[in-house]
Design a binder for this molecule. Sequence first.
Ligand SMILES: [Zn+2]
Length: 245
Amino acid sequence: MGNDGGSIPDRRDLVKTKQKAEQADKANQTRARWFFCALSKRKLQEPIVSCALGKLYNKDSILEYLLDKSAYGDGETICGHIRSLKDVKQLTLSPNSSPKSESRANGDSSERSQFVCPFTMKEMNGAQPFVYIWTCGCAFSLAGYKTMADSPSGSPKGADDEVLDLCPQCQKKYSRKDDLITLNPSTEEEERLREAMDRRRLLEPPKKSKKRKNPPSQDEPPSKKRETDIAAGHQFNGSLEQGCC
Ligand SMILES: [Zn+2]
């Protein structure tokens, strides 16, 4: 088509080409987000964890990062908000048991996802929105979650009250308002999740700063020293340094 010397591409062709390129780019991004670790860019492999912003990582990459923040060049940009393993949740994912060839049939070039929604059996590949519950780590499609969570035998309705819901998969308690996190959210949703994370962190009890401005004068181990401080009612330095990104 065109460009063979016989025809000159007109504007419509160029627009089409651009649209195609944009679609391909989007497909690549979707694939990268749902099949590869956001930090190491290696293929996602269990144990898989997610953060408050719903990104997917291989747990070993996060461990590597936490041990050495420079292990990945852009580690700070990608997961500067992860301060310890407490800031990620290991996901309980449902393996995809459908035969491998199925999704490759009829010219579908999309990759087969390793995981599915336990309720709808839809693949976790970016085509459907997926969520996970922060308290237990169970992950499912939003549609499957809604069906289960709103079923009469499920949790009580009323999204805004303080009643705790039960995870439709493992029955562990969680708050529908605070603990439901969208996996690989849209830019706007990520913004919302980030604000929620910042709000939560402001409410966290201030941690004792590891870098004390006044070095301990005695040779006690730091933990013991801290207990002594608490007992003595001393004030801590640097409690406001926590929680920034
Ligand atoms: Zn659960």
